[in-house]
Design a protein around this ligand. Structure first.
Ligand code: CP
Length: 335
């Protein structure tokens, strides 16, 4: 059974095909196959809030003649347990071992959103909730952002980069950390560097010491860059890295060494206020400013930069729908 859970070296050709399909679908937006998913149902299970992910999946299902059902875990559906062998005497009324196969009887594909716990980096690295769904579902599972990756975001990001820059090979991609008001997961930065590396871009990750990304993800991105003849660097020299960039991708994430230390994490964000990205970070007039959204203005990125000609964040969000359209059609064997 296939699914769209994590990016792997084995899936790069399939990603390239879905990217091509997404671009074709977007170019034919007035001539979409409006009945191709007629009678098909997508079940979406959200452990965390969403604006873009939920709406883009619902919109694409409607545009292709299918239907999407949204469940909010612990809200309008039962709280779910994923650990095996536990005594379920807490908040969770149902185990994924039952929920996933039951939902698979109703739906043709399942989407799952579940953020990292941000308490234990090793635990987050297991990506246990999405893996549990993938294991116990009997239909394809799409990762709508998990503890470790946001593959749909990554696909839309690569689509946006190629839309704006043309062939991205050899162009400079900089992922820069930015401050926030609270610790956030690393799924988006992980998928962003994998997406850029898969496109053969020179990749630089800029962050203060202590904000290292997952070592396995970094190793995969470095390997893909090397195989493409591109460079992969990590630096704490944010300004100079960004000023050389063709793509400035901004994202906040928490420090794994400060997980659970709310006051120290907040103090670290305050100490790195000068990492807020502004127009001074752009050295090339044609460089693009990317962020997955939602973004806190004047904390993560200044008003001036977000309202400048550099920003492509709305196009980037729109491309979620086209990229995911290609993913869903492939999962349902319609492409
Ligand atoms: N970028 C993204 O996934 O947005 P939402 O959290 O609003 O879905």
């Amino acid at each position: 059974m296939h699914g769209f859970v994590h990016w792997t070296a084995d899936s790069l050709e399939s990603l390239r095909r879905m990217l091509a399909a997404a671009k074709t679908l977007k170019s034919r937006r007035d001539r979409l196959p409006a009945e191709v998913l007629r009678g098909r149902v997508m079940g979406m299970v959200f452990f965390n809030p969403s604006l873009r992910t939920r709406t883009s999946f619902e919109a694409l299902m409607a545009r292709l003649g299918g239907h999407a059902i949204c469940l909010n875990v612990g809200g309008d559906t039962w709280a779910l347990e994923h650990r095996d062998g536990v005594v379920m005497d807490g908040a969770a009324a149902e185990h994924i071992r039952e929920a996933a196969p039951v939902l698979s009887r109703y739906c043709d594909v399942l989407g799952v959103r579940t953020f990292a716990g941000l308490k234990d980096a090793a635990e987050d690295a297991k990506d246990a909730v999405i893996r549990s769904f993938a294991r116990y579902a009997t239909v394809p599972v799409i990762n709508m952002e998990s503890a470790m990756e946001h593959p749909c975001q990554g696909l839309a990001d690569r689509m946006t980069i190629e839309e704006k820059l043309g062939d991205a090979r050899g162009k400079r991609f900089v992922l820069t950390w930015a401050p926030h008001i609270k610790a956030l997961p690393m799924a988006v930065p992980h998928s962003a560097v994998l997406a850029a590396a898969s496109a053969g871009m020179h990749v630089t990750v800029a962050h203060p010491p202590g904000y290292e990304l997952n070592a396995d993800v970094v190793a995969a991105a470095r390997r893909w860059c090397t195989e493409a003849g591109a460079s992969f660097e990590i630096t704490s020299e944010q300004r100079s890295a960004c000023r050389a960039a063709d793509v400035v991708y901004v994202k906040s994430w928490g420090s794994a060494v400060l997980y659970g230390k709310t006051d120290e994490q907040a103090a670290s964000f305050r100490a790195h206020r000068d990492w807020t990205v502004g127009v001074r970070h752009f050295g090339k007039s044609e460089a693009i400013l990317m962020h997955c959204l939602p973004v806190r203005r004047n904390v993560v990125i200044t008003d001036e930069a977000l309202d400048s000609a550099h920003r492509v964040v709305v196009d980037q969000a729109e491309n979620r729908m086209w990229a995911q359209m290609a993913v869903v059609m492939r999962m349902m064997d319609c492409a």
